[in-house]
Design a protein around this ligand. Structure first.
Ligand SMILES: Cc1cc2nc3c(=O)[nH]c(=O)nc-3n(C[C@H](O)[C@H](O)[C@H](O)COP(=O)(O)OP(=O)(O)OC[C@H]3O[C@@H](n4cnc5c(N)ncnc54)[C@H](O)[C@@H]3O)c2cc1C
Length: 511
């Protein structure tokens, strides 16, 4: 087999997952080629929201400001009945991650910005539109893809070291690898109506769940003057009952929305899936995004999970390709991401049952924290955690290992105020509470972290003087309080901002 490679990594599918991966590889200088069947961004708005975690991930490739221009902050969500009673309202508390808790998006615009972002890396990333990957074979050194042009019927081969299959829910790559998709597709069919707003109506900006056993509705403002409703069809209804705008208006009428309020611009039908691929890695091929998992939309986390998959695998692939980590680190991709996806899938299923009023009073009680428990964020708003993977093992609940660090506003030694990640950079970083963390490492530990290009940074409180260029001042104390709460003076932070090692446990590079 030829030793020459067209690129180090091939991305199959340039939807939100694939284009995110292109950005994460591009910024790390990884030679990447992406293949996408369709020439244009998919015009239908599917995902409706991104949160503070996802926005911080976009910040790592310098796209947060550009993306926010086409997004709106989300304020709260509420449950109402058809007769106008507001059952409950939850305001989003401020986030510790440096961005708003939640943003309403317009997916086609978001994808355009991500594509423009990836185009910044033209030396590293090329995209071949209008072609389909129709087959692949793996050997010890790489993967050979068959790339077909459906218009001309011509086929060629492309040779790469690794493949990221971001080819969506009906992934041909998953099928070709014989990886089963486990789980169920729910019976109910939904009609999704997207509209352009013509005039404001009360509380339009609050995400509203119309709670009703028969016809629960999701009513959500998208950004850029768009609005979305999702209605379930009843068992005796079919798509033909909602084929025309007149029929759709009958649904919107029940919510008090009429032709003066909005103009319908598209509608679609879909079913919810609760499914995941049995394996997310097959040798040199990784499944990401909808190709690896599908969840109902209630937690707004399907697309976001794909973006997080991409971030997780891309820094690891870059480290494997530059020789700083062994290939075995790629096994930690599914170990780390699958539990997070399972958690969001369960939250999504639970929220769906609340919206459909399917929970018994006993189940509602069981979901409430016990009265003696300390106040906690609802599950959807809790920060992510790694239970296992490329982190030093820990069994202690209060341990910082596997936790996601906050992103406060900090000062640099030359007096500039900025977000933490801007000050500490995108790679591995070791942070010390009032101490240069490098001074606390054994020579062997230091050699291990040096090989990963780790930066060593002391963090000081604002009343302390900094010691050397590059130190960080924790202006409001958020980071230092977080470290002290987790009983540690030094943390080793991965490029994705999870703690891999800590002084109170082990400061060695994870195996
Ligand atoms: C109605 C609805 C509402 C939703 N709401 C939300 C929400 O609020 N929040 C959220 O996070 N998610 C939501 N989702 C889910 C979200 O839209 C998907 O999870 C997300 O689009 C998946 O992105 P992806 O890139 O993995 O796959 P896709 O978007 O499906 O992209 C796959 C790409 O691969 C290309 N492709 C496929 N096969 C090949 C091939 N062989 N060769 C070349 N190219 C190929 C396709 O053309 C496509 O562009 C919703 C989905 C729906 C349907």
């Amino acid at each position: 087999m030829s030793k020459t490679f067209d690129a180090d990594v091939a991305i199959i599918g340039y939807g939100p997952t694939g284009v995110s991966a292109a950005n994460f590889l591009g910024i790390r200088g990884v030679r990447t080629i992406a293949f996408e069947r369709d020439a244009n961004v998919y015009s239908r708005a599917r995902a409706v929201t991104v949160n503070d975690w996802t926005m911080r991930i976009f910040q790592s490739v310098g796209l947060d400001a550009a993306l926010k221009r086409d997004m709106d902050e989300t304020y709260a969500l509420r449950w109402v009945t058809y007769d106008g009673q507001e059952l409950s309202r939850v305001a989003f508390p401020p986030s510790e991650l440096g961005h708003a808790r939640s943003y309403a998006i317009y997916q086609p615009e978001m994808e355009k910005t991500l594509r423009a972002g990836a185009a910044r890396y033209k030396e590293q990333v090329s995209v071949d539109f209008g072609v389909e990957v129709s087959g692949l074979t793996q050997d010890a050194d790489g993967v050979t893809l068959t790339v077909t042009n459906p218009k001309t019927g011509t086929a060629r081969q492309s040779r790469v070291r690794y493949v990221l299959a971001c080819d969506g829910g009906s992934s041909g790559t998953r099928e070709q690898l014989g990886i089963p998709l486990i789980g169920d597709t729910l019976e109910t069919r939904w009609v999704v109506i997207d509209a352009k707003v013509k005039r404001w109506w009360p509380n339009r900006h609050i995400l509203t769940f119309w709670s009703d056993k028969r016809r629960p509705v999701v009513d959500i403002a998208l950004s850029m003057g768009n609005h979305r409703w999702e209605f379930p069809l009843e068992p005796d209804e079919s798509e033909s009952d909602f084929a025309t705008h007149d029929q759709l208006w009958q649904l919107l009428d029940t919510l008090g929305v009429n032709r003066d309020d909005v103009e319908i611009h598209q509608h679609a039908f879909y079913k919810h899936h609760v499914r995941h691929a049995d394996r997310w890695r097959d040798g040199r091929v990784m499944l990401l995004g909808d190709a690896a998992h599908l969840m109902p939309p209630w937690a707004g986390s399907g697309m976001q999970s794909g973006i997080r998959d991409a971030e997780n695998i891309c820094w690891k692939l870059a480290a494997v390709l530059n020789g700083s980590l062994p290939e075995s680190v790629l096994d930690s991709y599914q170990q780390e991401r699958a539990p997070d996806v399972a958690r969001y899938t369960q939250i999504s299923v639970d929220l769906g049952r609340i919206i459909k009023q399917e929970l018994s009073p006993e189940e509602v009680t069981a979901m409430q924290p016990p009265p003696e428990a300390p106040p906690q964020l609802p599950p959807l708003l809790q920060p992510p955690t790694l239970q296992q993977g490329w982190v030093n093992a820990t069994t202690h609940e209060a341990s910082p290992i596997g936790k996601y660090i906050p992103q406060p506003r900090v000062a640099t030694t030359n007096g500039q105020l900025t977000l933490l990640d801007q000050a500490i950079g995108n790679g591995f970083v070791m942070l010390g509470d009032g101490v240069d963390p490098a001074t606390l490492l054994t020579p062997e530990q230091k050699r291990g972290w040096d090989a990963l290009g780790t930066r060593y940074i002391a963090v000081y409180a604002p009343h302390q003087p900094s010691q050397q260029q590059g130190d960080v001042i924790d202006i409001d104390g958020t980071l230092l309080v977080w470290m002290r709460r987790h009983c540690t003076t030094v943390i080793a932070v991965r490029p994705d901002r999870f703690v891999a090692a800590a002084q109170s446990y082990s400061l060695s590079v994870p195996a």
